[in-house]
Every structure is written in structure tokens, then in C-alpha cells.
Write a protein that binds this ligand. Structure first.
Ligand code: NAI
Length: 331
């Protein structure tokens, strides 16, 4: 039998945490034959609720679940973890300035970076979900210099999956027959959902989405804004932000990273820019990636038209601004 993998979920008493931990314990993240030990971290005011989640995990009698650590101690939470899913953070509350929210999250991610660096397994893979996801991941990277930068990523897979979902609804095809959309940039409303390279599998072979949808007008406007603003639409409908879809996409992100992407398919991940596609180095930016043997690499050589270029640069600009705001909070 395989050795259990230790998976940390921070903010585990929150709504995404509540949807995510049973998925991990069922094998949705690491596969149906991979035992796991869950490490759950939250803060003191949520300690009792966190213990309730632990009780339910025990009650669910998951065969793959070999242990549960539920704690408010960051060092204990990070001890020997192989995967860290960072969902905990400080949400924006009414009347708060952007800078105040950034400042809270910068200090959380700075502290948690040091804890991961000291206590996690050396090859630990990190996924930041909490917003501002790209910039939290960047701060985590800056303050955990001994963790290789390729091991630190943020979640844009939810946006990627939302784009697949919109196309499948529009064309009335199964979502599994649509692939290779791209989310470029920030996990925010400036993200650019790009369909120029996306394809649909039909009875007469693989066709480009542009060729089948025909309506360029829909693809160039409503499709993009629907994906960009889907998070707000969910809040409006549910009075709570996306949780099950965020949790499921976090599982997809880690599963593809660890177990690989299918041949001919790429996914979107927020990763440290190496300058690909003219995106400045030093930002965590969402790119199309393929994964093999536990490593992602940015898909190279895609043709970028003028329309895309402008949108890719606009979201990079926002990330550069977030980065300087984050740095101004450090002083
Ligand atoms: P939530 O408020 O229900 O849960 C957050 C949890 O984090 C709470 O239990 C809170 O006590 C905990 N927490 C706060 N500070 C912490 C710290 N320093 N250490 C550990 N835990 C801490 O929020 P929800 O709905 O679960 O969302 C979590 C985060 O994910 C938010 O920042 C949200 O904006 C973000 N998000 C990101 C998405 C993405 O695609 N990247 C999609 C949806 C949400």
C-alpha cells in the first residue's frame, strides 16, 4: 500500500474548507488509491467549528483517510505536509479600503510562508486559494525562499472550469468535450478568458470553438464578462461565495499537477512568470500549462492576436499594482 500523503488545508472551518476536505478524503485530489492524512488549520475563534469538522470526518469513515490533525497552531499544521492548500485569509468587509485588506493578508501570508518553510516537507507543493490569490502566493514565495518557486501556485482553475462550462452550455455539448481554454493573468475581474485555442470534440472530429460558435460577438464580449463576473453572480444568487466549485477546482488543480494533464490538453494555473508571452518576471500570473511527473510547464508558442495582447497586458498591469501595494504594506 502507498504511504499516506499529508495535505494541509488552511481556513478549514470556512465554507470552501467544508466542501474541500471530504473531496480530499474521497480521493478526488490525489486519486482513489492514495491514502491521505488531513491537516486542518484555522484561527482561534473558529477552533470549535474546526473540531466539529474533524468529528464529521471521523463520522464519514472514509477508507482513504488515515488521520486528521485539527489545530490553530501554524507550526503543528504545517509539520511534514506534502501538499498545502491555503484557503484561510482575511475577507474584504464593508467599508474596508483595498489597502487594509491587502495589509491583513500580507501579514498572514508572510507568517504562513515562514511556517511552511520551517515545517513542511521539502518538496511541498503549495496552492493559494484565498484572495487576492495571485498576490498572496507571491508574498508566500518571497517569504519562503527555500521552497522552490515552481512549487508555489495560485488557483485560476475555477475560472478555467467556468469558461469550459459556459462554452458547453452555449453549444449544448458535454463539458468534457471542450478543452484548452486559457485564463490569463489575475484571479480578478481583469482576468482574460481566451477561447482562441479552445476546441470541441464532435462526431466529425475536433473543431475549434471559434469555428463552431460562429457568433464572434458573443465570444468577444458576453462570454468574457460572464466568466469574469461569475463569482459575483454566485454571491448574488447564494448570498455566499462559490464554495463547492472552488473546492472541486482546487482538487483538479492539484490532481493535474501531481498526476499530469492528459495528452493534448492544457489547464490554467497561476504560476511565477519566467517572462513567457512578454509577461514581466516576478508576478504570479495565470498561464496555460501542461503537467508531467509532478511539474508544470507553460505552453509555448501560442499565437497571440492584438485583442488578446491588450487584455493580457491589462491584467498584468493590475498584478504589478497589487504587488506594489503589497510591498507598501510590508513597511
Ligand atoms: P470563509 O470566510 O468561509 O472561510 C475562511 C476561513 O479562513 C475562516 O474559517 C477563517 O476563520 C479562516 N482564517 C482566517 N484567517 C486565517 C489564518 N490566518 N489562518 C488560518 N485560517 C484563517 O471563506 P471561503 O468562502 O471559504 O473563502 C476562502 C477564501 O477563498 C476567500 O479569500 C475567498 O475570497 C477565496 N476564494 C478564491 C477563489 C479562487 O478561485 N481563487 C474562489 C472562491 C473563493
Amino acid at each position: 500500500a502507498k504511504n499516506p500523503v499529508r495535505v494541509l488545508v488552511t481556513g478549514a472551518a470556512g465554507q470552501i474548507g467544508y466542501a474541500l476536505v471530504p473531496m480530499i478524503a474521497r480521493g478526488a485530489m490525489l486519486g482513489p488509491d492514495q491514502p491521505v492524512i488531513l491537516h486542518m488549520l484555522d484561527i482561534e475563534p473558529a477552533a470549535e467549528a474546526l473540531n466539529g469538522v474533524k468529528m464529521e470526518l471521523i463520522d464519514a469513515a472514509f477508507p482513504l483517510l488515515k488521520g486528521v490533525v485539527a489545530t490553530t497552531d501554524v507550526a503543528e499544521a504545517c509539520k511534514d505536509v506534502n501538499i498545502a492548500v491555503m484557503v484561510g485569509g482575511f475577507p474584504r468587509k464593508e467599508g474596508m479600503e483595498r489597502k487594509d485588506v491587502m495589509s491583513k493578508n500580507v501579514s498572514i501570508y508572510k507568517a504562513q510562508a515562514s511556517a511552511l518553510e520551517k515545517h513542511a516537507a521539502p518538496d511541498c507543493k503549495v496552492l493559494v486559494v484565498a484572495n487576492p490569490a495571485n498576490t498572496n502566493a507571491l508574498i508566500l514565495k518571497e517569504f519562503a525562499p527555500s521552497i522552490p518557486e515552481k512549487n508555489i501556485t495560485c488557483l485560476t482553475r475555477l475560472d478555467h472550469n467556468r469558461a469550459l462550462g459556459q462554452i458547453s452550455e452555449r453549444l449544448n455539448v458535454h463539458v468534457s468535450d471542450v478543452k484548452n481554454v486559457i485564463i490569463w493573468g489575475n484571479h480578478s475581474s481583469t482576468q482574460y478568458p481566451d477561447v482562441n485555442h479552445a476546441t470541441v470534440t464532435t462526431s466529425s472530429g475536433e473543431k475549434s470553438v471559434r469555428e463552431i460558435v460562429i457568433d464572434d460577438n458573443w465570444l468577444n464580449s458576453e462570454f468574457i464578462t460572464t466568466v469574469q463576473q461569475r463569482g459575483a453572480a454566485i454571491i448574488k444568487a447564494r448570498k455566499l461565495s462559490s464554495a463547492l466549485s472552488a473546492a472541486s477546482s482546487a482538487c483538479d488543480h492539484i490532481r493535474n499537477w501531481v498526476l499530469g494533464t492528459p495528452k493534448g490538453t492544457w489547464v490554467s494555473m497561476g504560476v511565477y512568470s519566467d517572462g513567457s508571452y512578454g509577461i514581466q518576471e516576478g508576478l504570479i500570473y495565470s498561464f496555460p500549462v501542461t503537467c508531467e511527473k509532478g511539474e508544470w510547464s507553460i505552453v509555448q508558442g501560442l499565437k497571440i492576436d492584438e485583442f488578446s495582447r491588450a487584455k493580457m497586458d491589462a491584467t498584468a498591469k493590475e498584478l504589478a499594482e497589487e504587488k506594489s501595494l503589497a510591498y507598501s504594506c510590508l513597511n
